[in-house]
Design a protein around this ligand. Structure first.
Ligand code: DGP
Length: 114
């Protein structure tokens, strides 16, 4: 989608530090990490957020979760633990309107969220 930051990252028009990529999915380091491991997992296809993902297949949505877990393992936090968060809409302070999962770990996260 034109003018979408994460679509531009997915298209390689804006650089990112890539952690994982496949045909449908990209995982890259958050520009403002809240934890030693802070990776964003996005579908390459533009979907504004979780509420707008109704039209997506269960397989596509499950794939995002699987990639998040694979990233956590690859980043070495599977054993210590990690958090997967998606912010949806205004009250959650979603700042980029392209569906993304935050994968956070590498320190005790207490009650905080991304
Ligand atoms: P959220 O607030 O849930 O919409 O999270 C958006 C995240 O995106 C936030 O943690 C910062 C990150 N972010 C914003 N702009 C960029 C960027 O240009 N590059 C990268 N790697 N991350 C970005």
């Amino acid at each position: 989608m034109k003018d979408c930051l994460f679509c531009k990252i997915a298209a390689g028009e804006i650089p990112c530090t890539k952690v994982y990529e496949d045909e449908d999915t990209l995982a890259f380091r958050d520009i403002a990490p809240q934890a030693p491991v802070h990776v964003l997992v996005i579908p390459k296809k533009h979907v504004s957020g979780l509420s707008e993902a109704r039209g997506e297949s269960d397989k596509a949505l499950a794939h995002l979760l699987r990639v998040a877990a694979d990233v956590a393992r690859k980043e070495g936090v599977e054993e210590s633990g990690y958090r997967v968060v998606t912010n949806c809409g205004r009250d959650a302070q979603q700042s980029v309107p392209h569906l993304h999962l935050h994968v956070l770990g590498g320190r005790g996260l207490n009650g905080e969220m991304a």
